[in-house]
Design a protein around this ligand. Sequence first.
Ligand code: GLU
Length: 607
Amino acid sequence: MASSFVPPLTGFLRSCHQEFVVDDSGAVADYIPELTRANPAHFGVSLATIDGYIYEVGDSAAPFTIQSISKAFVFALALETLGHERVESVIGVEPSGEAFNSIRLTGDNKPFNPMVNAGAIACSGLIYQHAGEGAFDLIHRTLGRFAGRKLDIDEAVFASERATGDRNRAIAWLLRNYSVLRDDVDAVLDAYFRQCAVLVTARDLAVMAATLANSGRNPLTGDQIISPYVVARTLSVMTSSGMYDYAGEWIYRVGIPAKSGVGGGIIAALPAQLGLGTFSPRLDSHGNSVRGLKVCEALSAHFGLHVLNRSDDVRTCIISDYNAAGISSRRNRQNVELAILQERAGDIRVIELVGALSFAAMDYVSRRLAGEGRQAELLILDFRRVPSATAAAARLLRAALAGLADSGAKIILAGFEKDSPLWEAINAADVALPKLHHFPLLDDAIEWAEDQVIYRFGGFEGLAKTTHLSEQALLAGLTPDEIDHIAAIGFARAFKTGERIIAAGDPAASLFFLQCGMVSVKLPSGARLATISPGMAFGEMALIERERSADVWADTVVQCLELPLNAYASFRKSYPECGELVMRNLASLLAKRLMLANAKVDLLSAY
Ligand code: GLU
C-alpha cells in the first residue's frame, strides 16, 4: 500500500534537520550565567505559512528564552502605540557596524537602531513612558499575541541577567544622561531583562515571524496586532541590523528579514509567504545560532527565496479581454435585440482581472485600457478573481478610471461587494472617484451594458410586448392550424412579479410559452442560469426530463401558455410529424446554448 503523502516542505525541513544536527560547532552563550544551562544538543525548526499551516521538525516544542528577538516586536509595539515620529526622535535606524552591546551612540546621542541593546533599552523606555509600571505586562501580552498563546517567563534567566547585566546598566545610564530615558532606569531595565527572558519555542517563533509576514495579522488567531506600515518598518530594521555583525552578509546571502537572539533562536519573515523559527543554542562568533543559520541559508538557496529575487509577469493579471461579439449575458434576447448587439459589439468591452493587483500589474492594465483602437463606450472591469490591490495599484486604478470617465466611457465595476477589503482599497476616502456603476456579479454587469446599447439604438421600441405562439422558436415550422390546436389544449396563465412559477425537484408535467413579461431560471442557490424574453419557452426540458432541474421566477408580470404534457402527448399522436419537428427545434435551441457556453470557456482559456 502506498504510504501517505506528506507536503514536500516537510521532507525538505526533515532533511535539513538531519544534515545540520551533526554540526556541533559553536558555543552556548555564557555571559548570562543561566544561559549555560541550555542543552546544546537541542535543535528545532518550525515554519508557519500565512494561511496558518505549521511545519515542525526536531525540538520545535523545546522552550528557551527569546532574548534579542524580542527587540523586533517591542520596536513594533512602540511604533504602533506611540507613532513613528516619537520613536524616531529617540532611536535611529542605521546599522551600527559595532557589537550588539556596544556603549557607543550616534553623533546626536541616539542609539544607532532598535536591534542593538541601546536601541532596545530605549524602546522599552518608551513603552515605560507610555504604560508606566504596566510596561512589561503590555510587552508580555503583545509577545503572546504574536505567538498566539500566553508565554511563560524564565525567572532564573531574568534574575541571572539582572544580577550580571552591568554593561546594559551602563548603556541605560548613558541613555538617561542624554534624556533618551526619562524614568527610573532600574524599572526600565527590569522590563527589558524580563522581555528577554520570555520563553518561546521554535514553533512560537515561526508563528510570530509569520505574523510579520502576514501584514501584522496572526495567521492562527486572526488577530491584527500591528499595521502593515509598522510591519514594513520593523522588517526594514531586521533587514539592515537583525543579525548582529553578520547583517550585511546575511541580506546578501539569505535575503530574508531576520532577527536572532543569544538564547539560540532565529526568526526569518518572508513577506506574504512564510515565517521561520529555528532553535539551536550553539552560537557562532557573531552570536548567531550555527544550525539555525544553516537552515535559513538552505531554505533560501534551495527555493530561491531572496526577497530581491522576484520574477512576476504582470501580463498574467488579465485573464480575458473581449467585447460583446464573443459573449452575452444570461438573458436570452429577442431577435431585434440580438441584431443591435451584434452590430454594436465593439461598444462593450469586458476585462477580467486575476490575482492580487500590484503597482506594475495595474500599470499594465491601464496601458491596455489606453491602448490602440477605438475605445469601447461601456467598459466592464471584473474583479471576481482579485483578492486584493496594493495601495499603489489602487491609486493607479483610480487615476485610470478618472481618465476613462473624462474620455466619455461608462465604467462598470463587477465581481465584488461594496463592503469588501478590495473596494475599501479602491475607494480611498481622500480621493473622489468618477461616476461608476457597480454590480456584484459580472453577468448582471454585462446584461446592464447590453441594455444600454439596445436602448440607445431603439431596440426596446421594436420589441414585441406580447408575442403570438407562432413566434415561438420551439414551434417553428408548424402550420397555423397546428399552432391553433396547441393554443386550444394549453391554459392561459398569469403570474405576479416575484412569483415562483416552477420549483426545482417538482415533477415536470408541462411546458410554458412566454408571451408577455420576463422570467428568470435560477438554481435554488439563487444563481441565475438564464433570463427569458417573450417568444421563448421555459420548462421545455419537460420534453426530456421527468423532474424540474431549476426554479423559474416571474421577474415582471407574466402571461404565458402552459401546455400539459398529457395533452401534448395526445396532440402528438394525431400529428406525429409535429412531435418530431418540436424535438428538432428543441435540439437546435440546446445546441445554440452549448455553442455559447463553449465560446465563454474558449474565451477564458485563450489567455
Ligand atoms: N538579554 C540579552 C542582552 O541584552 C539579549 C542579547 C541578545 O540576544 O542579543 O544582552
